[in-house]
Design a protein around this ligand. Structure first.
Ligand SMILES: C[S@@+](CC[C@H](N)C(=O)[O-])C[C@H]1O[C@@H](n2cnc3c(N)ncnc32)[C@H](O)[C@@H]1O
Length: 441
């Protein structure tokens, strides 16, 4: 029987995809169903088919997994941001561990995937939100986009954002006129859990009297360190534009990470889960086991946080990052923390690796989701480091890159997953790669 759109079938879910869909099989087809958990049986309506796979929607659940929980967010289904809201947290960690073991086992059986480091309180953990803003039924609204659309699912509160971010966001929704909301594209809010400071960025093509809004916000919320208008006239999915104007206070936030003081520009990258970030960096540095004479190169260094922590244990650190504001942050952060053996360069990471001819003892990389280029990997290998510590927020590109490193003589022995994104399908990993000793004589 060939499945067709609108067919109704009974399906037993046997696995969970890395996007959080339940997986079942029927007549040689793989069927992906949202809101279905392994072990559950359901009546499913087919909404899309392809040659070997189909997408279905649960019509009625016939049995229920003991790991199913009531989502704490009533918009979880529509919003699509948290694809695992219906799964108990310990079971989320077990699932993620299994998926990572399957994925990395296919690259190299030797890789040991350690149990993920989870959170004790896995809600309200995020320090940054980017809410799309608009007008629905004559009211200013914000929220998140329905998956694969530009339709806003209106929300007033998000279960994974910090309480402070929700509070500031609600204040903005209550004070934005519909004319302002219609023009705005996004509202970005950043919050430091450690210092309490908040940064608010209004993103859109025009400044529609945002000064008075900024003043009123600052008056009601003195913890707001800065309000910024970021000009973005683009019509694509790039959130931030180049130009900006500070309406109140400053364009950066005072943040802390372990014992470091961090100046964080609103354009600079920073890990979104500060509690897990500290565990991630501690783990990355433990795996690097730096020696006092080591020369460390840190590629994709952001505001320099990892490099600055590494500089306390090594002789010299060079950080490389492409966003100028982040490099300025990193340099200022070195000065503010009285660190003299760390330098930061504004350059494409691959270009730096290609141009740099002096060897490195340890290379630390933390690229964006797309991972590294083949040439970039070859250029790192040419630096002949003793160890490479690879931090990644995308297990798939990490797996691909570990395969390329292996072909060039660097094998990964151990991966430590750190759950930076509870209730979502995301996972952060730290991989340790070491040079293989050649057995050829
Ligand atoms: C995942 S973040 C890591 C930042 C930093 N290690 C941290 O943990 O805060 C990746 C960083 O790579 C930077 N980046 C992206 N493409 C780059 C490139 N081609 N060369 C250098 N840096 C790049 C981004 O701006 C971002 O700061």
């Amino acid at each position: 029987m060939k499945l067709k759109k609108n067919d109704q079938i009974e399906l037993v879910c046997t696995d969970l995809s890395d996007q959080g869909f339940g997986i079942g099989h029927l007549d040689g087809m793989t069927i992906f169903v949202s809101d279905l958990l392994p072990g559950e049986k359901a009546k499913v309506r087919i909404i899309k088919t392809n040659k070997s796979w189909a997408i279905g929607k649960t019509v009625e659940r016939l049995t229920e997994s003991p790991d199913r929980v009531q989502p704490v967010c009533e918009k979880a289904d529509a919003c699509g941001g948290c694809s695992l809201m219906h799964l108990a947290y310990p079971a989320q960690l077990e699932r993620k561990e299994k998926q990572l073991k399957d994925l990395f086992g296919r690259v190299d059986e030797q890789i040991q995937v350690l149990p993920p480091i989870g959170m004790d309180q896995p809600l309200h953990y995020r320090n940054k939100a980017q809410f799309p803003i608009g007008v629905i039924d004559g009211k200013s609204v914000g929220g998140f986009y329905r998956p694969r659309t530009n339709t806003i699912v209106p929300i007033r509160t998000c279960a994974i954002q910090s309480d402070k971010i929700n509070e500031i966001y609600q204040w903005m929704l209550d004070h934005l006129s519909t004319v302002q909301a219609q023009s705005l594209r996004h509202l970005l809010v950043r919050h430091s859990f450690k210092t309490g400071e908040v940064l608010v960025v209004l993103i859109g093509p025009e400044n529609l009297g945002f000064e008075s809004l900024a003043k009123a916000l600052k008056k009601d919320h003195p913890e707001v360190a800065g309000v910024i208008w970021n000009k973005n006239e683009r019509n694509d999915n790039v959130i931030l534009g180049e130009e900006y104007e500070v309406l109140e206070g400053k364009d950066s936030l005072h943040e802390k990470c372990l014992d470091l003081d961090i100046d964080l520009h609103f354009k600079s990258f920073f890990q979104v889960n500060p509690a897990q970030m500290e565990k991630l960096y501690t783990c990355a540095l433990d795996l690097a086991s730096l020696q006092p004479e080591d020369r460390v190169i840190e590629l994709y260094s952001g505001t320099g946080t990892i490099g600055l922590l590494a500089s306390r244990k090594a002789r010299e650190v060079i950080g490389v990052e492409i966003v100028p504001e982040a490099v300025e942050n990193a340099k200022a952060n070195a000065r503010a923390n009285h660190i003299e053996n760390a330098q930061f360069v504004c350059m494409d990471a691959s270009e730096f690796a290609a141009r740099n001819s002096s060897a490195a003892d340890v290379v630390m990389v933390d690229p964006p989701r797309k991972g590294m280029s083949e040439q970039g990997i070859r250029d790192i290998v040419r630096l002949s480091p003793r160890k490479i510590v690879y931090i990644s927020c995308n297990p798939r590109t990490l797996a691909r890159d570990l395969g390329l490193f292996k072909a060039d003589g660097y094998r990964c022995n151990v991966i430590q997953p750190v759950d930076m994104f509870p209730y979502t399908s995301g996972m952060e990993c730290v991989a340790l790669l070491e040079k293989e000793i050649s057995t050829k004589s």
